[in-house]
Design a protein around this ligand. Structure first.
Ligand SMILES: *Cc1c(COP(=O)(O)O)cnc(C)c1O
Length: 392
């Protein structure tokens, strides 16, 4: 097998023709400034896609949308906020922007997402907590019935970080509609992209309008710039929104390709001591990233310090960092599972409700190339290279 000439990426933008047409229109009408018809169109089209009376608001990033959600949820300095632990840092950083205090809630093994039992424990320990932030890792829906029930019982507001989960479904309902405030991301590596961007989604129109007010510098009604509250510049531009409108037309097609990639890995790994990232039978993930975990008995020794790794090869065994190094030789990108928040130096003094699951997935797991432009031949090379790791 030979090294690929062009690097195979985890996920990269896939553009079609419609994106350019929408941008063209923005240029022709000299409407490249923020706000405008593409923003309105993108939001309307997303509302239709998500269904069920949603009001979305397009932002410059998913992170800014989470910040707006945290503000709308009323997080004040010193408030405890119960957050997914095994996720990307952008899920939880905006809690700090408002002075909130994260309490990290560990994962369960069935979806890798927030464990409802651990969430209940967190509420026992922090009965004052009023906000929960849950992420759907790699596009796999969390156990939302249980999580919604617990939030209701404790009168807490649920923020859903669906940045990785646009087009995923839980019991027939779309991710991005399951919390009181929900967010999406259109960052370059997501299932659809606007180069950079995000959305806040809520069923409460007044809350959506409040987000618009904060995101456009809190201009009060007056002949001059009059401000009573702290404002932000978080609104998506009309050019960028044009890319989003074009991409949205291809979202379901992207999802279908992602699923094909996942199924092909599943078949390719049949005789290896590894498992794919799991999901519930009542959910339909978008398979944004395909991931594997090495079975515990097939793990060779892997030692990670704060920023470095080493491993000892053993015949018939392997580990994520060895697999990553091998794939890198073939010019193939991988990434370890997102390092849990409670293990991050930034958050070392925050409380953590542990199940032991997140650290174990981080230790044994790896994200695989899931780019929808990857050919079958290229994916076979990925699979073959992983087989090699276990065969010598
Ligand atoms: C990408 C991502 C975000 C942040 O989105 P940006 O648009 O990059 O700001 C938030 N949460 C999760 C889980 C993500 O993967």
């Amino acid at each position: 097998m030979k090294r690929l000439e062009k690097r195979l990426l985890l996920a990269s933008p896939t553009m079609h023709d419609e994106e350019l047409a929408f941008i063209h229109e923005a240029f022709e009408r000299n409407w490249v400034a923020p706000l405008g018809f593409n923003c309105d169109g993108f939001e309307d089209e997303m509302n239709t896609y998500l269904g069920g009376g949603c009001f979305s608001f397009a932002t410059v990033s998913g992170t800014s949308a989470i910040h707006l959600a945290v503000k709308l949820a009323g997080v004040r300095p010193g408030d405890h906020v119960l957050c997914s632990d095994l996720t990307f840092a952008a899920t939880v950083n905006p809690v700090s922007y408002e002075g909130g205090v994260q309490v990290f809630v560990d994962s369960e093994p069935d979806t890798w997402n927030m464990d409802p039992d651990a969430l209940e424990k967190a509420f026992q320990k922090y009965p004052d907590a009023k906000v929960v932030v849950v992420a759907h890792l790699y596009g796999t829906p969390a156990k939302m019935d249980e999580i919604q029930d617990i939030c209701q019982r404790h009168h807490a507001i649920l923020i859903e970080d669906a940045a990785e989960a646009l087009s995923s479904e839980y019991k027939g309902k779309k991710c991005g509609t399951l919390g009181e405030y929900n967010i999406l991301s259109f960052n370059g590596n997501k299932i659809i992209t606007t180069s950079g961007g995000g959305m806040l989604v809520t069923k409460d129109k007044t809350k959506r309008d409040k987000a618009l007010f904060w995101s456009t510098q809190t201009r009060e009604k007056a002949p001059w710039y009059q401000h009573e509250e702290l404002g932000y510049n978080y609104r998506m531009s009309n050019v960028v929104a044009g890319i989003g409108r074009g991409q949205l037309l291809h979202l379901d097609e992207h999802r279908a390709r992602k699923e094909e990639i996942y199924r092909r890995y599943e078949r390719g790994f049949q005789n290896l001591p590894v498992k794919m990232n799991p999901y519930l039978p009542q959910s339909k993930p978008n398979f944004w990233l395909s991931c594997l975990t090495v079975n515990p008995e097939a793990m060779c020794e892997q030692i990670r310090t704060g920023t470095e790794t080493s491993w000892k090869h053993e015949s018939g065994k392997s580990c994520p960092d060895e697999i990553a190094a091998k794939l890198n030789e073939y010019n193939i990108e991988t990434r370890p599972i997102w390092k849990p928040m409670h293990m991050q130096p930034l958050y070392k003094d925050k409380d953590f409700i542990s199940t032991g699951v997140g650290e174990d997935i981080f230790q044994r797991g790896l994200c695989l190339p899931s780019d929808i432009k990857m050919t079958e031949e290229e994916q076979n090379i990925v699979i073959e290279a992983i087989v090699e790791c276990f065969n010598d």
